[in-house]
Design a protein around this ligand. Structure first.
Ligand code: CP3
Length: 361
């Protein structure tokens, strides 16, 4: 019975844009009171789901992303299972730079890696302009396939230019971002040229996803919290601001997220996004003080506590909802992505708890 209901709820054709625009998720993005607090999870598709492991089998994730039927199926899996309020496209932040031929891959168990890191001006040649119709037609196709099957908003995304730059310069995941910071300070002009290219590539990618039907976009500048406020202002802010100026012209809400950005929240609120993602380190009422009352917040359950006993998880979820104190601009999410070992049943209970919560409870 449950599956029949889910099928009829999520697989009806022809949801109008007005219906979508009145969805709890898009209302919360605009700080209008939604019927319930909307909820979705970063990295909700992927390795934590048995149905994902069943369809993915072996092979590179980049090949899976190049297969629109498979990627659309993976995007929809968490929607069927959890009944979340938004879907996020199944893709990866390095897809556009991979597609323009930088020479970057995803190593299983590690993440994005390149044997030939970005070192000098000659490497700019490997970061040509992105033409989404030619370079990433499969992303456009996946967005269209998802949108035709969803009656909730689809979130498109790109990686923030700092976060992408860090993979290109470090050659893989990093803890210190030493080479990235060396380039910033040693050759600010080259850093600027690199950021120009990455900003252009990310902007084109986001615009192509919006044109294909994404209802919102998220910029994952996941590792930007490694910067001090003054580094952020000098080396990141102007480029992301330019990107948001272009993207906001579409009228589609922009979510801006990074991990460990507590000290940057005030600055991030000025870049131009509609929704600011908050990790678990800053209580949501304090985040509201730093961001101001006019923007929506997204977050901020610590993903690591999802392994704890249910009563503790329930307490933490309710704590966030109460600290938000009924502000209409709140999208419930984790403070960072779902980890692979999370029990999907726990996430299902979190969704129910959030959607059934009413202010004053
Ligand atoms: O986690 C974040 O901060 C989100 C932003 C981000 C993505 N990819 C988006 C994404 C980041 C930082 C990456 C880089 C990346 N790519 C890593 C992290 C490496 C590091 O530095 O710690 C990894 C492991 C990959 C490779 C990758 N991407 C895999 C193996 C998968 C499959 C699904 C899974 O469960 O891991 C992805 C998919 C992916 N990357 C998604 C997104 C938004 C789609 C899944 C979803 O959001 O539901």
């Amino acid at each position: 019975m449950k599956s029949i209901l889910l099928v009829s709820r999520y697989y009806c054709d022809g949801v109008t844009s007005i219906e979508l625009s009145n969805s709890p998720f898009l209302k919360a993005c605009r700080c209008e009171p939604p019927e319930h607090v909307p909820v979705w999870f970063m990295r909700q598709a992927g390795r934590s789901l048995p149905e994902y492991r069943a369809v993915r089998k072996e092979g590179s994730i980049l090949d899976a992303i190049k297969d629109p039927t498979l990627s659309a199926e993976i995007t929809l899996q968490p929607i069927r299972r959890y009944g979340v309020d938004a879907a996020i496209l199944f893709s990866d932040i390095i897809v556009p730079v991979h597609a323009v031929g930088f020479g970057i891959d995803i190593k299983p168990g590690v993440g994005p890696v390149t044997k030939d890191p970005f070192r000098s001006a000659s490497d700019l040649k490997r970061l040509n302009h992105l033409d989404p119709d030619v370079d990433t037609p499969y992303v456009i196709e996946t967005v269209k396939l998802c949108v035709s099957q969803l009656d909730i908003p689809l979130i498109g995304f790109a990686g923030g230019p700092f976060t992408i730059a860090s993979y290109l310069i470090e050659g893989g995941p990093s803890r210190t971002y030493q080479e990235t910071k060396r380039l910033m300070f040693e050759d600010p002009e080259l850093w600027g040229q690199l950021m120009d290219r990455l900003t252009g590539i990310c902007t084109s990618s986001l615009l192509s996803q919006i044109e294909a039907g994404a209802s919102a976009v998220q910029l994952f500048d996941s590792w930007v919290g490694a910067l001090s406020p003054s580094q952020y202002v000098r080396f990141v802010f102007p480029w992301v601001q330019k990107m948001f100026e272009e993207v906001s012209g579409t009228g589609v809400p922009i979510i801006h997220f990074g991990v460990a950005t507590g000290e940057l929240l005030g600055l991030m609120s000025e870049v131009g996004a509609d929704v600011i993602g908050v990790d678990w380190r800053v209580p949501i009422d304090e985040a509201r003080v730093r961001v101001g009352n006019k923007k929506a917040l997204q977050g901020n359950l610590d993903p690591a506590i999802l392994a704890a006993p249910w009563p503790s998880i329930e307490e933490e979820v309710l704590k966030i909802l109460k600290l938000n104190d009924g502000h209409p601009g709140h999208i419930f999410n984790l403070g960072h992505g779902v980890t692979p070992n999370v029990n999907p049943e726990v996430l299902e209970r979190v969704v129910q708890l959030v959607q059934q919560y009413r202010v004053g409870q």
